[in-house]
Structure formats: structure tokens, C-alpha cells
Design a protein around this ligand. Sequence first.
Ligand SMILES: [Zn+2]
Length: 469
Amino acid sequence: MSLKISFLGAAREVTGSCHLLEVEGTRILLDCGMYQGGSERHERNRQPFAFDPTQIDYCLLSHAHIDHCGRLPLLKRAGFTGPVITTAATVELCQILLPDSAHIQEEDAHWKIKRLRKEGKDASWVQPLYTVAEAEEALTLFESVPYDQRVPLKNGLAVTFRDAGHILGSSIVDLELPSSRGIHRFVFTGDLGGTNARLLHDPSTVACPDALMMETTYGNRVRDTGEDVTQALEDIITATHARGGNVVIPSFAVGRTQELLARLNDLVEHDRVPSLPVYVDSPMAVAATKVFRRHDEAFSPEMHALIGAGDDPLTFPGLELTRSVDESKQINASTQPAVIISASGMCDAGRIKHHLVHNLGRRESTILFAGYQARATLGYRLQQGENHVRIFGEMHSVSARVRTLHGLSAHADREGLLNWFSALGGCPEHTFLVHGEEQASLDFQDTLRDRCGGQSLVPSLGEVVKLKW
Ligand SMILES: [Zn+2]
């Protein structure tokens, strides 16, 4: 039996996850993600696929992040007829995230057309990457499967999705490929979660496969800062409340927000913070939180213990989920100190910008970042301590305190990746390191070389590998 692997995205970089497996006439796409970060990468999303989408038998989707699923509407447009197989929670999160991604594409095109026309230039060529209607069409191809259930595919192949602990519904894709010498296993990790999450399971361990494709986002970084995130939240909220200010938390709508809520649930229900309103002001975060509530199968044992004791870890006294623009405006009309969680996580879009306008000039308020901010974002400038920032075209001076929680991340760090690899209990015959900046993948390859010799490869974009079993 021969297996041909084409690395078509997230190879020596972190976005655009997409790999093609060809096994004796069966063609399987692992993820179909969007390139993100910068206009050069954005343009790559428009290039035709390096394969014929009408000939793909299955797309196996690891999770709902846009850099893993964001090109599915283009795949559908190009003739792919499905199915996209993934977990039920991933289906429901994609129902929120794909139309949102399309909406952003439509808005971007709208503004570009407006700008070109203003400059007296031709704008007839401007098209959104895809439309909301096309995102909805792609969603009709989705089929959901439970974790740990073996799903037969054609030609004797089978797949099992295992919990990757990264975001709700995230999966390690465990494929069985039959050959004359028995079953061979190919495992794709998708993105692996850290072990410090409060809400979700640790990543599942799997038996050592014959071939492994592994993410290496933090392949050369040890992130354990020793920070107790819940304690840090308690200290910051208590101190800010005493000053009469708001704690404003820019947060990703899916994942980070719910992780924060689980920790706030602890603090509120154990009276570790003064009683105060906690607003989640993002329609997408509110919708995503509902999906989390429906899928507690992905929750950690601690969360199940809470639920067993009658507590909903995503609900507590004072929590208010706001949807409408009016509700959002009322938050800033109130003088009572509050915690305000709003998107986007890097402050470049969404309602968070209004909350920043209202709070940056207040010495008593705190802007609390829940993680890494990419360069050139408003979040990055604030995190770097800039005294003045531009929002909606106007300069605002920064008097509020700016803090960052470092201990919240949806990704395993180098130690986490290594621990997960060690738990395989052996060395796969072939290991492919993907989904990391080049140096992160290469450094992790060095780390693995000490354990397993020179059996791992860091593929380049477009590289093709053939395995014979
Ligand atoms: Zn991810």
C-alpha cells in the first residue's frame, strides 16, 4: 500500500492548515484552513487549490479555528461535494465562525470598493473571498461524529476523532489504513491543547502510530510562567474595584472567553472578588458560550465535578450576556465598577474598541489582555505601553493600567508537546512537523532527534512524500 502526503498549508508557518492524503485511490483532505496575517498571505487564499476538489472523497476537519476550516467555502465553490467529517461541537462552532469570516470578507470588499471609487479608480474587480451565502452552503456538507467512535470510510479505511483539548470540539484525527501487512495508523494532531486549561480536557493520549503529523506552534517555547491565572484575576479585579474602575478584557469570542468565565465562576462563587457585574459583550462570544454549554463532553473532570454538584461553570451571579447594541451602550453609561469581556481579542475590530474609548483615559480602570497580541494590532501597541493610541480616527491618551495574563493559552508549549509525544510510548516510523514558524518546527525536530533519532521531517509548502507499507 502506498500513501502519498502533500503538504499544502501550515508547512513552516502556522496558518492555512491543509494536507492531502492519497491512499490507493482514496483522497482525504486534512483541514482546509485560511492563511492569516498580512496581505501576502491573504492573497494566497485566492489561489486555486493544488488539487482537483471534485476528486476529494473526504475532508476530515480537526477543529473550528479559521486557519483550519476557513477555505471550506472555496472548496465547495470549486466542486467539492463533501462530506466534511468532524465532531458535533466543531460543526456548531463552524456555524458561527464561517459565516462570521464571510461577513468580514464582505465588509473588507465593501470598504475597498468605497475607497477605490473615492479615488476615482476602477473597483469592478473587487470581490469578497467568499460570501455569507457560500459559507452557509459549505456548512451543508458537514457530518458530525462523536469522540472515540471508529467511523468506517470507503476502501477499508477508518477514522476516529480523539479529544485534542485545544478548543471545544478539537480533535486528533486517527486514521486506519489497511495494507497487505495489516492495519497502519496515520495520526494528525490538529492543534494540541495545554494542560493548564480549567475548562477543557487535557489532550488525549494515543497509541504510537506508524506515521504522525504533529503541530509545533510552541515547538521552541516554554510558556509556563508559574502565574496562577485565577489568583492574578482575583488580585486585578479586587484592586480595580477598590479604585472604582472597570476591568476591560479584550478576548477571543471562542475559547478564551469561556476559559475566563470558568475562572470567574470560581472567584464569584467563592466570594474571592467583590460582587460586581461581569459583561460578556460580543454576540459571537454569547453564541459560542451556548455551544459550550451544550457540549460538556469536552469539559475537564473538575468541571464535571462542578456540574455534578449542581453548578454551571459558565454561569454565576452578576454575569450578563449582552447581544444588542443598546445593551452594549448601557454598559458604558453605568458608573458601577464592572468586568467587561469583549471581542476582538487583539482590539482591531468589534465592540471592544468602544469600551477602550471609554476606559483608556480612566486611571482607575484596567485593560487586561488575556494573551499574545500580534504586531501591528491596537492590542500590541497598548501592551507595549504606548501612551497615545488612535481609535476610530481619534487619539486617546492611555491612563488606565495595562496588564497581561500570560498563563492562558489554547496551545501546548514545548514541554506539553514533548509530554504528549512521549506518551505515544514509542517512535513513529515517520514524523512530520507542521503548524509552526520554521524555527519552532526545526527546534522541535532537534528535540525529537534526541529521543527518536533522525526520523522526523519539517516539510516545506508543496512538498510531497510517498510512504510504502
Ligand atoms: Zn487552533
